[in-house]
Design a protein around this ligand. Structure first.
Ligand SMILES: C[S@@+](CC[C@H](N)C(=O)[O-])C[C@H]1O[C@@H](n2cnc3c(N)ncnc32)[C@H](O)[C@@H]1O
Length: 418
């Protein structure tokens, strides 16, 4: 028997468990030359028929394929014949089998006690229902550069792919009550476009993805998305992509600084339903929030980026007890991030937005994983919101950038309590 090879009786047991009744799931992780490859297989129901769904994860590149029984049996032979150190975990209704093959090729086998589990065959779309897999996004992903020519998400773009997916999930949650019916009726207006402005849209990954998500998945009948970025070259590239995707009349771009961007120049009807921003640098996030408020946008969804403004003004004079925190760059940065986002959320609350601060992607993916989601509909200037804000602001002896930016709207409320 060759090194790493499973003996015949063990291989037969695996075949019988996978191809027999009660099969639930098989997962094999292989490590070779410092790389890892994981394959899982489970029965799924497609069109009322049982199929075997294999999911291959090759260093973060995920591929899913469905097989009939003959195809699954063939694939299983490859799984059994794999070389290298590996772990195989096989679940069936009657119990589990674990096989571990060490780097030296030793095979260790363990079996759970007999049990009685119900092996349910799940509909095939139970997993992987990400916003970007909920519709045929292949052309979109290729054009915006998140996937390669073969439709695989590029390893280097995995972070952005995840961010866009997670952002879209939040959008879905936020506009949950507004879903279009697809036949012209919806909650936001009389057949008018649901208008979104993406502030600091950059290379338009989210801008374009959001358009397709709103129209194809959430079935909004009429959507307009406007991406704003101050860099001409970035905007030119974004425009080209919306042309390639044949949505240039619905997804448009403006090369402008957010602070001076005049929405009336790009749309005759300047009503904005949603303002979004994903990692718009520093005070560009504040500018996005301010524009959202000024345009009367019903929703504001914003994932802030780096924040430098408060770091310049906060100091031990703000609170001597924090001198030991503020001395260390990274702690100072984190503290200022938290305070800045707190001030932003509080200001939106004062201005009548119901506001939540949530984590939208894993902190492992990026430290910029906070997201503010806000919706109009609350009473402006509520005493609790104002006093919370003033207490924190005065404790730190700072004036947040957003307060200055929105002074005309905020001052009347702050004066009453100041
Ligand atoms: C970190 S990138 C993020 C881009 C995009 N939202 C994404 O997530 O891929 C931030 C973008 O905001 C743009 N930006 C920063 N400040 C801006 C401002 N004041 N007005 C317009 N665009 C701005 C930058 O040019 C940059 O392209």
């Amino acid at each position: 028997m060759e090194k790493f090879e499973l003996d015949k009786s063990l291989a037969d047991e695996i075949r019988a468990r996978v191809m027999g009744d009660g099969f639930m799931k098989l997962v094999q992780s292989v490590r070779r030359n410092g790389k890892s490859f994981r394959i899982s297989m489970r029965p799924v129901l497609i069109g009322g028929e049982t199929r075997y769904q294999a999911e291959m994860n090759d260093e973060g590149q995920v591929r899913v394929k469905n097989f009939d029984a003959a195809g699954a049996a063939e694939g299983l032979e490859e799984i059994i014949a794999q070389k290298g150190a590996r772990d195989l975990h096989l679940m069936t209704a009657s119990g589990d089998l674990h096989v571990r093959v060490t780097r030296k090729g030793h095979v260790h086998v363990s079996r759970s006690a007999e049990m009685e589990r119900v092996a349910k065959v799940q509909p095939h779309d139970r997993v992987k229902k990400l916003p970007l897999t909920s519709f045929d996004s292949s052309a979109l992903l290729r054009v915006i550069g998140l996937s390669d020519g073969e439709g695989r998400v590029r390893a280097s773009m995995r972070g952005k792919y995840d961010q866009v997916n997670e952002f879209l999930k939040v959008v879905e949650d936020v506009v949950g009550g507004e879903r279009g019916t697809g036949n012209g009726e919806r909650g936001t207006g009389n057949g008018e476009d649901f208008t979104v402005v993406d502030c600091g849209c950059g290379k338009a990954y989210l801008t374009l993805a959001l358009y397709f998500f709103l129209t194809q998945v959430l079935k909004f009948p009429a959507v307009r998305v406007i991406g704003v970025n101050r860099r001409e070259d970035v905007v030119a590239a974004a425009r080209k992509m919306s042309q390639q995707l044949d949505v240039a009349d619905k997804v448009t771009f403006a090369a402008a600084d957010l602070s001076t961007f005049d929405i009336q120049q790009v749309t005759p009807n300047p009503r904005v339903d949603m303002v979004i921003s994903l990692h718009a640098c520093d005070t560009a996030t504040d500018e996005a929030l301010a524009r959202g408020v000024e345009w009367g946008s019903r929703y504001i969804v914003s994932a802030p980026c780096c924040q430098h403004e408060l770091q310049k003004t906060i100091g031990p004079q703000s609170d001597a007890a924090f001198a030991g925190v503020l001395r260390h760059g990274i702690l100072r940065e984190r503290l200022c991030d938290i305070l800045t986002d707190s001030f932003r959320a509080m200001i939106l609350r004062i201005l009548g937005y119901r506001t939540q601060v949530v984590e939208f992607v894993s902190p492992d993916a990026t430290a910029r994983n906070i997201l503010l989601r806000a919706e109009t509909g609350a009473r402006s200037g509520q005493a609790g919101a104002v006093s919370d804000y003033l207490n924190l602001r005065d404790y730190w002896h700072v004036t947040p950038w957003l307060e200055t930016r929105l002074a005309a709207r905020l001052d009347p409320f702050l004066k009453r309590f100041g």
